[in-house]
Ligand binder design. Structure first.
Ligand code: SF4
Ligand code: SF4
Length: 161
């Protein structure tokens, strides 16, 4: 059992496969605090919708790897990236936000199906970063370590690789 297996199992997320297109409007969508994200990349290949990507152009003063952001209109709301960032990257840069809130904040509609054309994600630090307007309304991890079995804790402690 790997650390990713533990998180997938706890969330009921299917094992890795081809990218999934959403078929229902999610209750929440994941958005990332680009100031907190270290650009470690751990969350990127694990997203079942393959909708997390490095920000090509970030108006931030940083010299390490570029932060990542979700293409929120493709997000399934599974929460796996939130747990990976918390338990494996030890950063907690990702939060789940109520879909209605995201629609109101961004003035968009989040549909039941993914858009046909990809749109580039925006940093959104004015909304989702720690100093942003909605950061405090996001939900962090749903998997407290205290709830895990000894075997699951050992797997998590071993890390992502
Ligand atoms: S796991 Fe967290 S810190 Fe790493 S790239 Fe994803 S959001 Fe950024
Ligand atoms: S919650 Fe995170 S891992 Fe799940 S589909 Fe959305 S961006 Fe991907």
């Amino acid at each position: 059992m790997t650390a990713i297996d533990v998180l997938r199992s706890r969330l009921g997320v299917a094992t890795a496969g081809p990218p999934q297109r959403k078929i229902a409007r999610p209750r929440t969508v994941a958005l990332i605090d680009v100031h907190a994200c270290t650009g470690c990349g751990l969350c990127v290949p694990e997203c079942p919708a393959a909708c997390i990507e490095p920000l090509a152009s970030v108006p931030l003063d940083r010299t390490d790897a570029p932060p990542v952001q979700t293409r929120h209109d493709e997000c399934l709301g599974c929460g796996l990236c939130v747990e990976i960032c918390t338990h494996l990257a030890h950063v907690s840069a990702i939060r789940s936000y109520d879909t209605n809130l995201v629609e109101q904040a961004l003035g968009c509609a989040i549909a039941a199906d993914a858009p046909l054309a990809r749109t580039s994600p925006e940093p959104g630090h004015e909304y989702w970063a720690e100093e942003g307007a909605f950061h405090h309304m996001g939900e962090g991890t749903r998997i407290p370590v205290a709830d895990l079995s000894p075997e699951e804790r050992t797997a998590l402690a071993a890390g992502a690789r």
